[in-house]
Design a protein around this ligand. Structure first.
Ligand SMILES: Cc1cc2nc3c(=O)[nH]c(=O)nc-3n(C[C@H](O)[C@H](O)[C@H](O)COP(=O)(O)OP(=O)(O)OC[C@H]3O[C@@H](n4cnc5c(N)ncnc54)[C@H](O)[C@@H]3O)c2cc1C
Length: 491
């Protein structure tokens, strides 16, 4: 319904990257240390352009100085070592869902081919390469277990396991099983020194703590091992759409009822409200538990949220991996031009829900979205200092997704997304960390004031864990080699 074609491509407008320091000799020296399958793509090479443009968000116009397509952990070691010795700026591309995976003049270490997945059904673990996308991991779990084993992964199969995990990781299963990091058992990491280490509760426990929420600050993760959970082969799913037809139906009443239901809902019920610009209210639920209990919950839901006769409500049993994990990707989040902000909310008052509905009426395009999803549950039970992730009190995740296909709409879309902060302010104050401001603003285009705001947002995002993270940064990356991220400055 919300698909579109991109009419213009502003990615061709930015000047090419500066030549790499050290020139051809330095590139040849790196090449000699890489495996034969690894490639170095330079500006002018057609494969460079194809690779650079493989980003979910087309609003990135940056031209890196080189893209190193690695094939092994050893290749990552070589790339990091050569970047350090040549003074090349390190950039890491995983699933490429953020803007910071392709930065102007940097050397991009492309992890896309490190995407092997191994499922151990007996021990209930899944091991994935650092550049694996969620869809590939989910599919492997599905096939190995007939759809009955899963870990907590995000809603879009195109998102990278790497970036998602290092930032925390929410998904349909998080109310029941915690964040993705709460299910991480082990990671293999290439440090700034070029050394490869393993991090787990038993080995390099301080690094393991920092990886779980500290982003890409401490090294490049080449392998993740996650715990798998038993789930029923099908889960009870409902979908209802409230069309904004004022003479027939009062959408504000539906917003209030949906909000009240989300507030009271059981931790096994994943709830997501999606509001497209000037469009309907769409409300989905997934019961993460046995279907018999799920159907009982549907009765409570039907009583709490009065639905219109049209369109009919969907109530069905659906497989988790092959259906539920693919709901949003194609229709709501195809690759294109985006500006995103996200907020973890500790409460969702009725006034806020209605204010957000009102803001959605002002969206400049119909493909701008507000998405509110429940996160409360298991993640709230884990102490704030147990991992680097500092948002344990979060109960809802609000995603503001401004999207346009015509560049003339860009400024209005960005402004609309930013104005959402003003809508939130009376309800959440300034205590809420805005993770995406820190990571999604385009470098080189920030004004001084925005840079300061970004620094404050980073500090806010890590909250009480910031000082401990800064000490860790000094230990593992004192020169701040890995800084193209939500950057933690070494203590
Ligand atoms: C359409 C869309 C849907 C999303 N849905 C969800 C969701 O359901 N749940 C959720 O929790 N989040 C979600 N997110 C947020 C997403 O998790 C973050 O944007 C994440 O950073 C994307 O990771 P990536 O690997 O795809 O991106 P990239 O842009 O490749 O990487 C993001 C950052 O992580 C670093 N990085 C990536 N891989 C590694 C690695 N192996 N080692 C070290 N550093 C690494 C990169 O350097 C970069 O700084 C979504 C984002 C988008 C755009």
């Amino acid at each position: 319904m919300f698909r579109f074609c991109c009419a213009q491509d502003p990615r061709e407008t930015r000047p090419p990257a500066d030549p790499l320091m050290g020139g051809d000799r330095a590139v040849a020296s790196l090449k000699a240390d890489l495996s034969p399958e690894a490639t170095i793509l330079l500006p002018g090479d057609p494969a460079y352009l194809t690779n650079r443009n493989q980003m979910w968000n087309h609003d990135n116009t940056h031209n890196p100085a080189a893209i190193v397509v690695v094939r092994s952990t050893k290749d990552v070691q070589a790339a990091v070592t050569h970047c350090r010795s040549n003074g090349w700026e390190v950039c890491v591309a995983g699933g490429r869902h953020s803007l910071l995976c392709m930065v102007h003049n940097s050397v991009v270490i492309d992890l896309g081919k490190l995407n092997e997945v191994q499922v151990d059904v007996e021990n209930k673990t899944v091991t994935v390469g650092g550049g694996t996308k969620l869809g590939k991991m989910d599919k492997a779990c599905d096939e190995a277990s007939n759809g009955t084993l899963a870990t907590v992964a995000g809603h879009n199969p195109d998102t990278g396991v790497g970036g998602l995990t290092l930032a925390g990781g929410y998904g349909h299963l998080c109310r029941a099983f915690g964040l993705t990091i709460d299910n991480l058992l082990e990671a293999e990491v290439v440090l700034a020194s070029g050394e490869v280490v393993r991090a787990s509760e038993e080995e390099n426990a301080d690094l393991f703590w920092g990886l779980r929420g500290g982003g890409g600050n401490f090294g490049i993760v080449t392998r993740f091992v996650f715990r798998l959970h038993q789930i029923p082969p099908k889960l009870v799913y409902t979908n209802r759409v409230f069309l904004p037809l004022p003479c027939l139906f009062n959408c504000e009443t539906a917003v209030s009822q949906v909000r009240a239901y989300m507030e009271e809902s059981d931790d096994r019920q994943m709830c997501t409200a999606v509001i497209p610009g000037n469009g309907p209210l769409v409300f989905d639920t997934i019961w993460v538990g046995e279907c018999a209990e799920g159907w009982k919950e549907v009765k409570s839901l039907d009583a709490a949220v009065k639905s219109p006769f049209f369109p009919p409500v969907t109530r069905a049993e659906k497989p988790y991996h092959s259906f539920l994990q693919n709901i949003v990707s194609e229709t709501l989040q195809p690759p294109g031009f985006y500006y995103m902000r996200s907020k973890l909310l500790t409460s969702l008052e009725e006034g806020l829900a209605l204010a957000l509905w009102g803001h959605s009426r002002k969206a400049p395009t119909g493909s701008c979205l507000l998405i509110i999803t429940t996160t409360k549950g298991k993640m709230n039970e884990i102490p704030e200092d147990a991992t680097a992730f500092a948002g344990r009190e979060g109960k809802y995740l609000l995603l503001v997704l401004a999207n346009w296909s015509d560049q003339k709409d860009r400024a209005a879309c960005v402004q609309w997304a930013r104005e959402c902060d003003g809508v939130l302010a009376p309800f959440v104050g300034d205590q809420q960390a805005d993770y995406s401001t820190a990571v999604l603003e385009e470098r080189n285009t920030l004004t001084t004031a925005e840079e300061e705001k970004k620094g404050a947002a980073v500090a806010g995002a890590f909250g009480k864990n910031l000082e401990r993270l800064r000490e860790l940064k000094r230990k593992f990356d004192p020169e701040n080699i890995f800084h193209l991220n939500s950057n933690i400055l070494p203590a």
